[in-house]
Design a protein around this ligand. Structure first.
Ligand code: SF4
Length: 219
């Protein structure tokens, strides 16, 4: 077993297995190692139909699988049901990041996570989504709590993964593992808006599959 040389984190209030919704390897790397170092039994649930295009989706997923296999953590590869995601996003195409489209997007991912947890005997769900400083943690936690409340025996674990050096370790682990580095949140609208911003600042459009953490020491 890997020696992580770090303090354990407080366990969730409910005992039992945790289902960790993971959005990508860079965000979940620190969450995964924190739980492993604390003796928490967990499984990764990869359900992110928001990610566009499929090439980017597969890059992010494969990177997450690679790290899960390294640590021997079970990995559930859930549906890539993009039609449902686009149907739910209808009318929200021009909403800004951290707005109502993102609430819908978190809700959708947590609802599926909660359903899987309920059907497969996980009493606790949590997510790597909130570790990024680009995200609104309160917005994410609200969505997680709402999804878990659909089932009487399920709780959403609101642990703040940024605490006690978590944010810095997230970057350290990403560099150590040379994770693929995504350059936009995930959906086609965030891709559009990021490319627009880059164009306005004289930068090239995003290219898929070329940026890795070690090749970008500034991050
Ligand atoms: S910006 Fe990110 S969180 Fe918001 S809808 Fe797009 S993929 Fe989902």
């Amino acid at each position: 077993m890997t020696d992580f040389n770090r303090n354990p984190i407080p366990l969730p209030e409910k005992p039992g297995k945790v289902l960790l919704h993971s959005c990508c390897a860079p965000c979940s790397g620190e969450v995964m190692e924190a739980m492993l170092a604390s003796g928490i039994d967990y499984t990764i649930f990869f359900y992110n139909p928001n990610i566009h295009p499929e090439k980017e989706y597969l890059l992010r997923k494969e990177e997450n699988i690679r790290f899960a296999e390294k640590h021997g953590v079970p990995f559930i590869d859930a549906d890539y049901d993009t039609d449902n995601w686009f149907a739910r996003a209808k009318g929200m195409e021009d909403e800004p990041e951290r707005g109502i489209r993102c609430t819908m997007c978190f809700d959708m991912r947590f609802e599926r996570t909660a359903l899987y947890a309920h059907e497969h005997g996980f009493p606790v769900i949590t997510s790597s989504l909130g570790i990024s400083r680009w995200k609104n943690m309160a917005q994410i936690n609200d969505c997680g709590v709402r999804a878990a409340a659909r089932y009487p025996d399920l709780m959403y674990w609101e642990y703040n993964w940024r605490k006690q050096g978590g944010s810095a370790r997230m970057i350290e682990i990403s560099k150590r593992e040379d994770f693929y580095q995504q350059e936009y949140c995930g959906c086609v609208y965030s891709l559009r808006d990021t490319n627009r911003h880059r164009r306005e600042n004289g930068r090239d459009r995003i290219q898929f599959g070329v940026q890795f953490y070690r090749s970008n020491p500034a991050k």
